[in-house]
Design a protein around this ligand. Sequence first.
Ligand code: DOR
Ligand code: ZN
Length: 331
Amino acid sequence: MQLQLISPLDMHLHLRQGDMLKNIAPLSSKYFAGALIMPNTTPPITTKEMVREYKKEILDATKGDNFTPYMTLFFKDYGYEFLKEIRDEILSIKLYPAGITTNSEGGVEKIDIDSLAPTLEAMSELNIPLCVHGESNGFVMDREAEFIPIYKRLAKAFPKLKIIMEHITTKEAARALQEEENLYATITLHHLYITLDDVAGGLLRPHLFCKPIAKRPEDKEALLELALNAHPKVMFGSDSAPHPRSAKEAPGCAAGVFTAPIALPLLAELFEKFDKLDNLQPFISLNATKIYNINPPQKMVTLVKEEFEVPISYNDVVPFKSGERVSWRVK
Ligand code: DOR
Ligand code: ZN
């Protein structure tokens, strides 16, 4: 049995820098036609020069793979003229609340609509979507749900601004998506597979620790409902976030699940299990092309129903399902 995917897209990806980037970027570019590249590098991507340099670093590492890195800027106050000039070189701007996750210290201290308005109005006018890591600084399990009113206020205050709720993990986010016309969402692979029980219900599993943390079974069900039916306002964004093994297997474990190299086989397995294989194409590509109005490179990726064992690690980065068997593989 075979499955052909046309131009798969990963609309939320961390590629890092330097040697890490050289090692892991090809694990996305082999399997995907393009990806939205997160800007939480050190330092974060905030200028035109940085966008160009980072894009070049990615293109050099993925040469020959027919892969488009869609670049993002790290949200801060930007003026209209600057945004107008950079508009054609980025696909979106990513907003992080300050300190909420890896390398987000320079993020927004307080999400106050009035103070963010000049930049958001300019983005709205220039048609630049806003991607948001939507978590409050409250109790860890409640952070996303507590952020929903902010999403709604933003959506209402800037009705022409496309707002993407990144890596949603809750039924509350799934509901908000349906309630505001200009809210969209990405869903990761791991949040379709795991709940908090998998992370911390038995022995602690650091390689499943990420932000936002995986939630309850009913939350996972709400995400599955959206993804498996390829709801037109959701798209795949892996949030694949590599950290060296030493940073994960440590007293202070870094947040991030590394899924890029096995995302397509595991999505095929999941969609097949629920008899929804027909919906994988829109979830993995078509929805994103419509939401972002992009034309990714033509790239056919063939999956075959043959077992393979997920490697224990890729250059010292331990992947999701490390050492386990998956029933599909990329040909
Ligand atoms: O778990 C996460 N890791 N969540 C994020 O939002 C960032 C990411 C990273 O960059 O490591
Ligand atoms: Zn992320």
